[in-house]
Design a protein around this ligand. Structure first.
Ligand SMILES: Cc1ncc(COP(=O)(O)O)c(C=O)c1O
Length: 400
């Protein structure tokens, strides 16, 4: 009898975390590695948010809270949903968790039975399929392509839905591609969902505020109000507010689902960190003034990376609408040989050789379910990005 659970054997550890760890290892050994693999902003948490946390500690707000969030934070989420999307939610329809990851996980744990299918467009954020597997469901991967800038089409969604589909996971702007769906593109998908009333939508709006060139962010329940009753709108403070370490995410949806998620959370982490919840209240209710200057930096970095990578023969790199990732295709480099004599047969070979021979850490596309590509996170300094892209250019130019 195996000591470890069979469920766990179906799941793999996060490859993005593994790549970041490998880069850190080489760095510790004295190598000048530039890491472009971590999915977190290099900005500091804004001061007003830190101050709110310090004030919460001073006021003794350091005890257990309600399992899925303090009333003040739930209220702040309701206000945000109204302000940004025109959506009405009551605090009983809001769940706060330990990071966006936990709210998504709670929802899957609370709803999936064996045989239930979850449609996930690829490339996807690495955790979606594994969380579905952990919860006992079956991920159904719907592949997108470079031709549509990695956006799922109505036909692709239609083809992936079966009578067993329980959820459709939607993520815009996307990790790993940065692709953001316009209102019209999203409406095409919600029209498909309207024809399949048994399918629920789990929308992961984590990169909502990181959108560029006037891109108008939309969330499914806003684009198709008739989906409100079967939509879980998930979001969090990690990325836009540079609060990855504080671990606060939230979701809004039908009360029955929120109650089921509360049950999962009450038997796992009890409640998200009390101090972080007070910081998140300030993040949502306080000034949003830092978002615009941060986004200006992100746009500059995106344009730098896209233009430098586009100069490389064999790489093609679409310009994404948001987040802080680009997802270039390396189709034109497959079959080539590196200076150290390694043949690049897969995108994993490419990323490994790039790290070992050029000291740049990226994440290979297979980790996100669509190859041959790699993901660059441009949430790092302009100087580091420029140097990293120069190294990638030199490495690619030396391939034979
Ligand atoms: C698309 C997406 N959703 C959710 C998360 C999880 O965010 P959190 O750190 O709040 O758990 C991430 C983090 O990388 C992400 O990229």
């Amino acid at each position: 009898m195996s000591f470890l659970s069979e469920t766990l054997s179906r799941v793999k550890p996060s490859p993005t975390i593994a790549m970041t760890a490998k880069a850190a290892e080489l760095k510790a050994a004295g190598r000048d590695v530039i890491g472009l693999s971590a999915g977190e902003p290099d900005f500091d948490t804004p001061q007003n948010i830190k101050d709110a946390a310090v004030a919460a500690i001073a006021a003794g707000k350091t005890k257990y809270t309600a399992p899925d969030g303090i009333p003040e934070l739930k209220q702040a989420v309701c206000a945000k949903m109204k302000r940004d999307h025109g959506l009405d939610y009551t605090p009983a329809q809001v769940s706060v968790g330990t990071g966006g990851k936990q709210t998504l996980y709670n929802a899957l744990m609370a709803t999936l039975n064996e045989g239930d299918e979850v449609v996930i467009p690829a490339p996807y954020w690495v955790s979606y399929p594994d969380m579905v597997l952990l919860a006992g469901g079956t991920p159904v991967i719907a592949e997108t392509s470079l031709q549509t800038n990695f956006k799922l089409t109505a036909d692709q969604l239609e083809a992936a839905i079966t009578p067993k589909t329980k959820w459709f996971i939607f993520n815009s702007p996307s990790n790993p591609t940065g692709a953001g769906y316009s209102r019209a593109e999203l409406k095409e998908l919600t029209d498909v969902l309207m024809r399949h009333p048994h399918v629920w939508v789990m929308t992961d709006d984590m990169y909502e505020h990181l959108a560029y060139d006037g891109f108008e962010f939309c969330t499914p329940a806003q684009v198709e109000p008739a989906l409100y009753e079967r939509t879980l709108t998930c979001n969090g403070v990690s990325k836009a507010y540079a609060m990855t370490g504080w671990r606060i995410g939230y979701a809004a949806g039908p009360e029955k689902l929120i109650a089921a998620m509360r049950k999962v959370q009450s038997q796992s982490t009890s409640n998200p960190c009390s101090v972080s919840q007070w910081a998140a209240v300030e993040a949502l209710n306080g000034t949003q003034a830092f978002l615009a200057p941060n986004n200006e930096k992100f746009v500059r970095r995106r344009d730098l990376v896209v233009s430098m990578l586009s100069e490389i023969e064999g790489i093609s790199c679409p310009v994404p609408e948001g987040a802080f990732y680009v997802y270039p295709s390396i189709a034109g480099l497959i079959g080539k040989t590196t200076p150290a004599g390694k043949v690049i047969e897969t995108d994993e070979d490419f990323a490994t050789a790039l790290l070992e021979e050029a000291d740049v850490a990226v994440v290979f596309g297979a980790a996100f379910g669509l190859s041959p590509n790699f993901r660059v996170s441009y949430a790092t300094s302009d100087e580091a990005l420029e140097e990293a892209c120069r190294r990638i250019q030199t490495f690619c130019a030396a391939l034979t």
